[in-house]
Design a protein around this ligand. Sequence first.
Ligand code: KDG
Ligand code: MG
Length: 401
Amino acid sequence: MKITDIKVIITCPGRNFVLVKILTDEPGLYGVGDATLNGRELSVATTITDHLKPLLLGKDPDQIEDIWQYIYRGTYWRGGPVLMTALAGIDIALWDIKGKKAGLPVYSLLGGKCRHGALCYTHSSGEDFEAVADSIRRNIERGFKAVRAQVGLKGEGLKGNYGLRYSHLNKSTYPEEQVWEPGPYLRTIPKLFEYLRAKFGEDIELLHDAHERCTPIEAGRLLKELEPYKLFYLEDPLRPEHKESFRRIRGYSTTPIAMGELFTSKWDCLTLITEQLIDYVRCTVTHIGGITEAKKISAISEAFHVKMAFQGPPDVSPIGHAANVHLNLAIPNFGIQEWTFHEEVVREVITGGPIYEDGYLSLLDIPGIGCDINEEAAEKYPYKRAYLPTCRRLDGSVQDW
Ligand code: KDG
Ligand code: MG
């Protein structure tokens, strides 16, 4: 079998996606992948089209591992979000082809189901505690057993906070700019979870995303002050550059820690896993190099009692979400799956993907990844440049968004 063509489909049904379609010399046999990198879509698209595609035409799509090694280290430049997202899109499409050829869903190729469904969580947010609670109540009514809670930081000239609604499609050609200060944030978040526990008790699992904004001592304080509210985990307490600092914050609290959405290889995660500095790995299958790399990180993590919690925001397409759930069903050390419902317009372009029911995700028992791309529909929604928000402190200095 040979790869005869690789198509990159950039489409914007409500937000930008970069989709990959790998065609083979077997009539009707092709694979689909997700190579979406929020705000850097064109960089990934040209990496695939102009640099990787010429190397892959004529190769055997069955040789997933060899192709992965060849792209990752065989072509010298390695790592980073652009190359690893491009590699992920190709990798997911190759697993799709392998499953279709074998007549098996990808989770079956990965060893078969360890569970009937994947526990998932979704997002709740609001400008104040009451609004957050209303959002959580609606999600509990939808059957969620776990919810991530984020809140605005009113007053003191602050504008926005991570996790509130932000437009993937900024109307202007420049990012929305938020203003954030650690003081109000660190004073507010423990009070939010005190309020939510008083309102909902301990039956609902609660999570929070600090979004890489704290210094080590700030993260230590937050972990300690959140301990009474028994979070499922606190996500991204530190910037990804500060891996060594996890040794410092780990001892402050029994609040579980999750990290990983900004990592782009197993080596980024390694110390945090082997020293058990985190409890959940949050890598993104579409940014870490695909299913091939994600399954290896899962295996390393299993040996150290670390569980997987693959990232699942709106900028991961239904194809990426499907890759998440294939892995969730097959790995023994699954923790929880982040889940966001895509709008109907997205489903017009990308069909198939995980099925949500009563707090769990599952997949149809069909060969491959279980998704398809409607290319005609994709053409109706041309790419629109958009940025992630940015953030500054009150003094005007750059702050991690
Ligand atoms: O594109 C960036 C988003 O995917 C990220 O900000 C979402 O932090 C996120 C999460 O945990 O889903
Ligand atoms: Mg996050």
